[in-house]
Design a protein around this ligand. Structure first.
Ligand SMILES: *Cc1c(COP(=O)(O)O)cnc(C)c1O
Length: 469
């Protein structure tokens, strides 16, 4: 026997088909057509590279092209994927907050496909203002004199401060120095806007004289911030807007309120806890109010500033307004959402966010009963699945201490299992074609069914067989 002339890697290299041969195969043509020649060629090279490192692999033309097709499909998969939010938090910031009603979805599709009068007055044929597309509805809904729309509520607060308070003082109660998840903190946004934060009072108690004493020649603004994600209870005192406004008026200083969620309707009417509305805030004398579009309002991500005409005019002239403005897709989505508010008696049915928030627990209970046997069968004896009442949250800092009675499934390990069984179960649910996201709490995995509507149950359950590990 003679010694081999070639090292093994060269031998396997020789067995590999050439790039041009692979590209010329008839089964490769649909790939070239779909993904383009360049991308397909790169994928062929990448697959050949991996095969070179795996001498035992099947290197037939067919086998290689199957891998090429899989690699191309994988590379072209969208990284933003729909999923089932069974966390129990309806407005979940990490899962995209408000879901839009069909009217808004259709309008966005049109705005993507066609030119539109974004900044164009069709009647006069002259240049217009994009805010005017939603102005009328927002004025009617809030009672404000003027409005402007920007990228989100954080941008609204930043722009407001930059316009009214650069190099000047803004007085805020120590009980309202909020941090919202994702690095929005009132003190930080103040300094970014070039404003000087003047804290008054203490964490639990702030009096009117605290504001009064702090007002000086450099005071530009009194500001109140909605305690979106916490509540201060016990020995507390906060100055309500209607007490603050007379002081501000007497001293000639405007009052701004960052409402956070900013609901446009009285939620009590729909059986939900009361949340101060934008209209109430304007009526109580706020000169400016800022709020989000994708929290309780139920629309697209944006921030709305409503209030006094002269102040809004100044804000719209600030150069940052141009940097923070919204795009046409946002405005296209916002207008039909605002239009739904014209029929408040139908709102709980039509506005997706409100529909989810007002679902009676009985609906979720019925769905839990259908899904329970399916989950129990698929998960087997390692898990005990039960249908139980649970509590959903509104989320995104709306009414943080209020919970909504809901119903769902609870999965507990039947016996002591090695490692992290709950983590593994979560992982299996995330690995489904449309991932299912629940929450782990008290040694169990909880799937709150509030955000799984009847119309989606069939699709939800059709993919579950893939859970069987
Ligand atoms: C949510 C919230 C914000 C941030 O709003 P985004 O729309 O997420 O930018 C700011 N202030 C308060 C009080 C909030 O609740």
């Amino acid at each position: 026997m003679t010694a081999p002339l070639e090292v093994p890697s060269t031998a396997s290299q020789r067995r590999l088909p050439a790039v041009h041969v692979l590209l010329a195969q008839p089964q490769c043509q649909p790939l070239v057509k779909q993904y383009g020649r360049e991308q397909t060629t790169n994928a062929v090279r990448a697959v050949l590279d991996t095969l070179r490192a795996a001498p035992a692999a099947d290197t037939s033309l067919d086998a290689v092209l199957v891998q090429v097709a899989a690699a191309l499909a994988h590379d072209n998969e969208s990284s933003m994927r729909p999923l089932y939010n069974l966390t129990g938090t309806v407005l979940h910031t990490n899962l995209g907050r408000a879901l839009l009603p069909d009217e808004a979805i259709a309008a966005v599709v049109d705005a993507m496909r066609w030119p539109m009068n974004l900044e164009w007055d069709i009647e006069t044929g002259k240049r217009g203002d994009r805010d005017s597309l939603v102005e009328e509805q927002l004025l009617a809904l809030t009672g404000a004199e003027a409005v402007t729309v920007v990228n989100n509520n954080a941008a609204a607060v930043l722009l407001l401060l930059a316009t009214l308070a650069t190099h000047k003082e803004v007085i805020v109660s120590r009980g309202e120095l909020v941090e919202i998840g994702g690095a929005f903190r009132i003190p930080d946004i103040m300094s970014r806007a070039g404003a000087v934060l003047r804290e008054v009072g203490s964490t639990n108690r702030t009096h009117l004289h605290d504001y009064d004493d702090a007002i000086g020649p450099d005071t530009a603004l009194l500001m109140k911030v909605h305690c979106s994600n916490y509540a201060i209870t016990g020995f507390t005192k906060a100055i309500e807007l209607d007490e603050l406004v007379p002081l501000a008026r007497a001293r000639g200083i405007p009052v701004a309120v960052d409402l956070g969620s900013g609901t446009l309707v009285d939620l009590e009417r729909y059986g939900l806890p009361h949340e101060t509305t934008v209209r109430e805030t304007i009526a109580a004398g706020a000169d400016l109010v800022t709020f989000s579009g994708d929290k309780l309002l139920g629309g697209p991500q944006c921030g709305i500033i409503a209030g006094r005409a002269d102040l809004i005019a100044a804000i719209k002239k600030h150069p940052l307004k141009r940097a923070l403005r919204v795009g046409k897709l946002t405005l296209a989505a916002l207008e039909p959402v605002l239009n739904l508010y014209r029929a408040p008696d139908l709102l709980a049915e039509r506005l997706t966010t409100l529909r989810l928030l007002t679902r009676p627990a009985g609906q979720m209970q019925a769905i839990a009963a259908t899904l329970l046997p399916q989950f129990q069968t698929l998960l087997g004896a390692d898990w005990i699945v039960t249908a139980e009442p649970m509590a959903s949250q509104i989320g995104s800092g709306a009414l943080p201490v209020n919970v909504l009675p809901s119903y769902g499934l609870v999965m507990r390990p039947a016996s002591r299992q090695r490692g992290n069984p709950l983590g593994r179960l979560e992982q299996r649910l995330r690995a489904l074609p449309r991932p299912v996201i629940g929450r782990v709490q008290d040694d169990a995995l909880w799937l709150d069914l509030r955000c799984l509507e009847e119309g989606h149950v069939a699709d939800f359950s059709a993919q579950l067989h893939q859970l069987a590990a």
